[in-house]
Design a protein around this ligand. Sequence first.
Ligand SMILES: [Zn+2]
Length: 473
Amino acid sequence: MTPPPAGPAPLPADFVVRARHVLTMGPRGHLRDAAVAVVGGRIAAVDTTADVRARFADLPVVGDGGGILIPGLVSAHGHFSEGLVTGIGETHTLWEWFVRVVEPIEGHLTRDMAYVGTLLKAAELACSGVTTVADMFCSAAGTTPVTPGVVDALDAVGLRGDVSFGPADSANPRPVAAVLAEHAALADAARNSRRTTFRVGLATVPSSSDELLDETARLVAETGRLHVHLHEIREEVTASRTTRGTGSIEFAARRGLLDAQVVAAHCVWLDDTDVELLRRHRVAVAHCPVSNMILASGVCQVPRLLRDGLTVALGVDGAASNDSQNMLETMKIAALLQKVHHLQATALTAPTVLRMATIEGARALGLADEVGSLEVGKAADLVYLAEASPSLALVHDPYQAVVYCASPRDVTGVWVAGERVVVDGRLATVDLGPVLPWARELAVELASRAGLDSELRSAAAGPPVEVVPGAAR
Ligand SMILES: [Zn+2]
């Protein structure tokens, strides 16, 4: 099947959206009984509802005056390449999971699978309030590029994308020319897309040959942008030290890979030298607490990195290591993980977490002048959470309400550049009806071609149950 074209972008309508609480995540802070005017897809005013309505009296008004309005959320790290293999392999740590789940599928992903997997997961992201997503598609570079399927799907859903291809070639050597062709095809697709931009990707330093690292460094010097995993697990640091003499961060710095606008996923296993290198190179960290917990990778030192002045964003990570794509859940877990790890309730609080998911995420992707906060002149990327729900009926502190109480069912409106992509909790841009059976069909084909059947069977059978004598009585 050929992916249907995304079609021309509909003209965004001008409107005013009002709310009881507007969390601008910018210099205006928290405004009560306020509104945002959207004209031509951009924010034309942020002020009290009375002021905005007086200035824009002709525009239709969205919202009943209740609820919470926030900037669109930014997921700074993920893998749409895992869109069709969710919910398996939960008993594996990262390397086992990679070898048994991710690596087997890499050579079998097609452009249709990239398209449908992205449609599915981008829909899930949008319905949890995400308007900008940074992706690293990990597949085996072959004769036909597959990553343009990601761009087609993001265009169809209407999300803003920062897209990359994440090659690795040390375990399974591949011609670097094929890797470069995949990067070039993705860059071309992004150039012709509605809202995506291309970034050079690299899976990890230890999983790359010297030739791949050289070519990546050359591309990074040319484009000034890199998306890479750094120090996600202890084994990665050990592998890099034993094969190349230093950890991945030090090695990447020496090879010039950090002399760019870099998004580094995870950064869990850091010593003081690593932190100093990240700070000096202004590397933005994409913290992914859910996958770090599922894969038992470790706890990122978020409070320390923030104290040291690093940009720390949040990412949902791949659909096979999260396994949901729910950014509201990721925000809540980011706070909870630090609190329980430090045994300190102040370790990471709701306003900081919401900053990480909005303006810091935008900063991490080099988009802070365009999105991430509700400020006049920025793109109208907005999320409206209605208060007509059991979870948000009572809002004592809107930051805590968003981070700890809200769920996707409360997300009634999501706009990207003024275009409404979610209406009343449902995707408005793509009819998911035919997509769901198509996704199931491709997921079965992928699992079968990749030999994942035993993984699926063990997941279906469930974990071993410990029987306690006498417990049933
Ligand atoms: Zn990742």
